[in-house]
Design a protein around this ligand. Structure first.
Ligand SMILES: Cc1cc2nc3c(=O)[nH]c(=O)nc-3n(C[C@H](O)[C@H](O)[C@H](O)COP(=O)(O)OP(=O)(O)OC[C@H]3O[C@@H](n4cnc5c(N)ncnc54)[C@H](O)[C@@H]3O)c2cc1C
Length: 465
């Protein structure tokens, strides 16, 4: 029994009146396409998929759903890793796939206003001709709405911040159909409660982002990448802490374990030995700044026993390196088609990173599971990806995930650095936030009293108490 009502023929007709008959589908094919993200969670079908084209249409869909107590789960590109856009209780899958417009470009202010369904890669291709880019880069083919909702981050977060640091203003449709604006186009904002950042990271449980004004950054004049290989994981991670401690303005600081280095080398023609490796990038406007940065990083890596340090300013090689890193997951899927993968995501203060890695190594060994470790090491963020082939191994993989989460929280960190809560991290939020969870619940109840927005996510139950 759910507390929700089904989508009746009368409601379907009203949906068609709001968004147009061509933007509503009850076919099994369309519902299947919106039933599952990239996580391990089984698909669940919405009763109907709708593709609004304007903010006003989204608001009207929400007002209708709220009146009839029908759940609404927003859908961006479905690339989440914790079950976020799965329509857990059926109802309406509200897809932003047909809202991909760039609404305004303010080059003098380094800002762009977009509809939520535009992919960040498409946006960056559009912005490149103006010498600008939107820095957060989760790698997968995510939409801006999905990135805002999950507060996505990526390999360049260490320098440019996560999605929350690169948004200024949003238009949001509330559960009752009101359209509100939060934030402003000013870089500095101090007027009242920070509702902008309340909605960022709320995973579609508090409102639907219908428009966003994003902060842009000029594409750097000079970029250089460094690949440093180490004889063991310990010294590689110590080097990470030292690079961060040196005050160097590093634009990416990634860790991959030895087996991942082998795979990336083999599939992408990269010259990487079979050793734990740090992948780094530096951005600057002047050659001297880059040169000094590279010199310092060489010294630090050598001090920690790096066996090989390779630097490149060649754009093709750099591109190949980051493409390879972005597609690590797919590379592993191809390498081990016999297993399913559970992607973990925890983050800790940088000084605790070596302890987190040591715990991860111990857990993989103790459970004797296939797995690999990569991490946005410069941010203290780590992903251990654990393979399982049957139910018994899946239980073990979940145990590894749980132990890692508990370790990260004990080290003063978080159960998720960037992938978000979805359904997968729900059991750990109380442990991490304590009584603050009650405040979150009150906020949810205030903004969505009928609990129609993405029920089953972030909180344990479908409706607020
Ligand atoms: C191979 C791989 C690598 C990844 N690497 C990273 C990484 O490095 N860093 C990282 O942060 N993430 C990473 N991810 C996870 C994922 O790409 C991000 O979480 C991304 O932000 C999801 O965007 P999406 O458009 O696919 O959103 P979806 O998955 O469709 O939805 C995400 C959530 O947002 C909600 N939502 C969607 N649109 C809106 C809207 N307009 N308003 C309100 N709520 C909305 C949905 O209901 C859902 O709860 C990776 C995923 C994969 C598959």
């Amino acid at each position: 029994m759910t507390p929700f009502s089904p989508v009746t023929p009368a409601v379907l007709q009203q949906l068609e009146e709001i968004v147009g008959a061509g933007n509503v589908s009850v076919t099994e094919a369309d519902r299947r396409l919106h039933a599952q993200d990239m996580s391990r969670f089984a698909p669940r079908l919405a009763e109907v998929v709708v593709w609004p084209e304007t903010a006003v249409q989204i608001a009207a869909v929400l007002a209708l759903a709220n009146e009839h107590h029908i759940p609404v789960t927003p859908w961006g590109a479905g690339s989440s890793l914790e079950g976020h856009p799965i329509p857990w209780f059926g109802g309406i899958s509200l897809s932003t796939e047909r809202m991909t417009a760039v609404l305004a470009l303010h080059t003098d202010d380094f800002q762009v206003t977009v509809q939520p369904g535009i992919g960040y890669k498409d946006l960056n291709a559009h912005l490149a001709r103006y010498g600008l880019f939107f820095p957060p880069d989760p790698g997968a083919n995510a939409t801006i709405g999905g990135m805002l909702a999950n507060n996505a981050a990526g390999i360049r977060t260490v320098k440019y911040g996560a999605t929350k640091d690169n948004v200024l203003r949003m238009e949001v449709a509330l559960a009752d159909g009101r359209l509100i604006h939060v934030g402003s186009r000013s870089i500095k904002q101090s007027a009242g409660y920070d509702l902008l950042h309340l909605f960022v990271g709320s995973e579609g449980t508090l409102g639907v982002v219908t428009e966003a004004t994003l902060k842009l950054t000029p594409i750097p004049e000079l970029m250089s990448a460094v690949m440093a290989s180490f004889p063991a994981i310990g010294p590689a991670i110590d080097a990470v802490v030292a690079v961060r401690g040196s005050g160097l303005d590093v634009a990416a600081l990634e860790f991959v374990d030895a087996q991942t280095a082998v795979l990336l080398a083999r599939e992408n023609g990269l010259d990487l030995p079979a050793q734990p490796t740090l992948l780094m990038e530096f951005h600057a406007a002047h050659a001297e700044t880059i040169h000094l940065g590279l010199e310092t990083v060489h010294e630090i890596c050598a001090e920690f026993g790096a066996t090989r340090i390779h630097t490149t300013a060649d754009p093709t090689e750099r591109q190949r390196l980051w493409n390879a890193r972005h597609h690590t997951y797919e590379t592993w899927v191809r390498a081990r088609p016999d297993v399913q993968w559970l992607v973990t995501d925890v983050a800790v203060p940088i000084s605790a990173y070596p302890q987190l890695i040591a715990r991860a190594e111990g857990l993989l060994a103790a459970h004797d599971l296939a797995g690999f470790m990569i991490g946005h090491a410069g941010d203290g963020n780590m992903h251990v990806t654990v393979g399982f082939r049957n139910e018994e191994e899946e239980v073990q993989a979940n145990e590894v995930n749980k132990e890692l989460v508990l370790k990260a929280i004990a080290l003063g960190g978080t159960c998720t650095g960037e992938h978000g809560v979805g359904v997968g991290k729900v059991p750990y939020l109380r442990q991490e936030h304590g009584a603050a969870m009650d405040v979150m619940r009150s906020l949810k109840h205030t903004l969505d009293p009928n609990g129609i927005l993405n029920p089953g996510k972030v909180f344990e139950t479908a409706v607020s108490p």
